[in-house]
Ligand binder design. Structure first.
Ligand SMILES: Cc1cc2nc3c(=O)[nH]c(=O)nc-3n(C[C@H](O)[C@H](O)[C@H](O)COP(=O)(O)O)c2cc1C
Length: 231
């Protein structure tokens, strides 16, 4: 039987991303978030607009999306309720947030230089996506209760690093979904994925059909255009 319900949040389950960015003083920030989804080599990131991380990305145009595995839940949890903002905004103070200057150390993760962007990667994350800002969109502009509070950032992935154990053997440009065990956040709780359930009809389309075609180089970044987005 279905019943009407009014949950305060509708976070039905998305992968956790540890976003590294550079603070105004040049130090590295590392923030957990999970309002993220990908289309081609573009990613949409949803943030509380006043958090340090979206402000850093808007100012510098760069970030790294570090994807923790399910096994890394304890590291991610050590970053919960921390912010690079100092002073801590009142709305975050009320929820128990505190200022943390050294996010990588707090999480016990190792910052390593990126290849294309300035923010460092998190070494222990099995997937690291270097990214550049491509656009931004205010969320809820039509609603006075939300206006100015939420922002969606579109970033372009400019370099993908993946642990070699996650790659399909004999196909170095494919991630094996049977090997990749993402950390999932659902309604503020951590989960992993179950093993594959059944054969997928969509997977009869070869991944190469979705290949992004490189277009002329901008600096050392490969700008991409989607050839086949039909899913
Ligand atoms: C697992 C997890 C997922 C989160 N998802 C989001 C999110 O999708 N968007 C967001 O704005 N904040 C999210 N947060 C809260 C941010 O981490 C929080 O706003 C933090 O203060 C951001 O760091 P910063 O203030 O240094 O930028 C999440 C926190 C955790 C622990």
């Amino acid at each position: 039987m279905l019943t009407k319900t009014n949950p305060a949040i509708l976070y039905f389950g998305t992968p956790v991303v540890l976003v590294s960015s550079l603070n105004t003083d040049g130090s590295a920030n590392l923030a957990p978030m999970s309002s993220a989804w990908w289309l081609g080599w573009r990613c949409m990131l949803g943030f509380g607009a006043r958090s340090a991380t979206p402000q850093n990305i808007l100012r510098t145009g760069e970030c790294v999306l570090n994807l923790p595995s399910a096994a890394m839940a304890p590291a991610v949890d050590r970053l919960a309720l921390t912010t690079a903002s100092d002073p801590v905004p009142e709305s975050k103070q009320k929820r128990g947030y505190r200022h943390e200057e050294h996010k990588f150390a707090r999480a016990n993760l190792t910052p390593v230089p990126s290849e294309v962007v300035a923010p460092p990667r998190a070494l222990e994350c099995p997937i690291q996506l270097e990214a550049r800002l491509a656009g931004s969109h205010q969320i809820g502009e039509d609603n006075v209760a939300i206006r100015g509070k939420l922002i969606a950032l579109e970033v372009e992935i400019v370099r993908v690093h993946a642990d070699s154990s996650l790659l399909v053997s004999g196909a170095p440009d494919r991630i094996d979904p049977d090997q990749w065990r993402p950390l999932i956040m659902s309604f503020q709780q951590f989960y992993g994925l179950t093993p594959r359930l059944q054969k997928s009809t969509l997977a009869t389309i070869p991944e190469s059909a979705y290949k992004m075609q490189p277009v002329p180089l901008v600096e050392e970044t490969v700008k991409c255009g989607l050839v086949n987005a039909d899913q």
